[in-house]
Each structure stands twice: as C-alpha cells, then as structure tokens.
Design a protein around this ligand. Sequence first.
Ligand code: V0D
Length: 247
Amino acid sequence: MEPEQREQKLKEAIKAENIPHHVAVIMDGNGRWAVERGLPRHEGHRQGVETVRSTVRNCSELGIKVLTLFAFSTENWQRPISEVNFLMSLPGKYFETELPELMRNNVQVRLIGDGKKLPGRVQKAVKDGSEATKDNTGMILNFALNYGSRSEILRAVNNLLAEAKAGSLKGKVDEKLFSRYLYTADLPDPDLLIRTSGEQRISNFLLWQLAYSELWFTDAYWPDFSKIHLMEAVYEYQKRKRRFGSV
Ligand code: V0D
C-alpha cells in the first residue's frame, strides 16, 4: 500500500475519543541509522532532531497532551567525548530553529533529569527554552536529559527521608505521595511507551511511571520514525484498550 493510502486508512481507524494522554518515547537507533549509510554517527543524531520536530508536530496534531522524549541517559556519558559534545550542542540548536513553531503550536517545554550535571551552556539553553514556553497551554513536551529512573527513585527516597528527619513528614508514604517526589510530579503516568530500533527493553526509563503503560516496539530506527509509525502505535494502543475494556 502507498504511504498516503496507509496514512488515510489509519486516520479513519483511529478514534478521537481514546487518544493516549501521555506518550513516552525511547528514541533509539540514530547511530545505527548513520553507520548503515556509511555516515558518521553524529549525522544520525542530526537526523534524529528532524524526527523530534516532526514527531512533536504530529503528536500535537493527534491531540496527545504530554510527550516525553528520552534524549540523554545518565549512562550516555560513557560514549566517546566527541559524540557527547555533539549531543550537547543539540538542545541549543533545537530552540534556535524550533522556538517560533513551538510558540505557534502552543507547546510547553519541560525538562526531567539531573540538569545540574549538564554543561552550563546546555543548562542555559534549556532554561531559556522552558521559560519562553512556560505559559503555553497546549502539549507538554518533556525532554528527559541526563535522566536515569533508579536515581530518580533514590532522589525521591532521600528527599522523603530528609523531610521525615525534619519532622515535616507524618504517617506512611503511599503511591500518591511518592509520585509527587518524582520528576514527573504533576504529570499523569504514560499511557503508551514507544521504543524504536528493535530493542525491547525499558533501559532505566520511567520505571515507576510505566507500571501500567502499553508498550509498543518498532524495528524502525528513530530517524526513520514517521507519522505512519506514530499512528500505528496509537491504533494498536486503542485496539488493546478495547480488548481490555470488553472483558
Ligand atoms: C540525539 C534523538 C532534541 C536522540 C533525538 C543532549 C539523540 C536527537 C534535544 C533537546 C537529541 C533536548 C532538550 C531540550 C531541547 C531539545 C536533544 C539530546 C539529543 C541530548 F530542551 N534532540 N536531542 N537532546 N538527539
């Protein structure tokens, strides 16, 4: 089937009433995409930013309210210095070119992760970008940057311990209270996790928050992830929800 026809069919099949509220994405396969084309790995990352642009637009158009993208994990520091340096140039470049469209589309940018460990200029780019978009009321675009889920959970535990010691925490910790100590405090849990590039693992991403999420995997590398892939994921999500609801 032609891509245009496939897109049209999916558009007709997707129900507007049951769009996932929060979609999280592990954007994997940029390096492999480049190497398979005989290109340096950073070309894959550059192309990956293009896919971020189109995916933000497509998610916003579909009516998704929160999009969380795993951009850089706490483990990614172990990559070659030259690659880490290139990756660290991307947030600044992203806002340079995307801020006007983010404003037009009413998108609010936020960060989750340990921002303090990022280079100063990256912290500034991200802070300026979040501040510029903070009053936007459309989709929340959440970038996970220097993020690791186990350390997020331990940070929550240690903050709770500190409050207990100080005497401001009374009684037992339940799920609702614990959630408020995570980076995602005021966001609902993801309804759908997408991972590209054929790997079927969670890789220390949102371990607590993904407890009840639908998981969808595709062999497509992130630079090749298209509107059709996104719609296939949403369509599959709706099919699973219908099955679940009918028993
Ligand atoms: C490379 C594929 C956007 C994954 C997407 C620093 C690897 C492109 C951002 C970005 C990356 C992050 C924060 C922000 C605005 C934009 C980004 C990194 C990598 C790691 F506030 N794309 N992108 N950040 N890639």
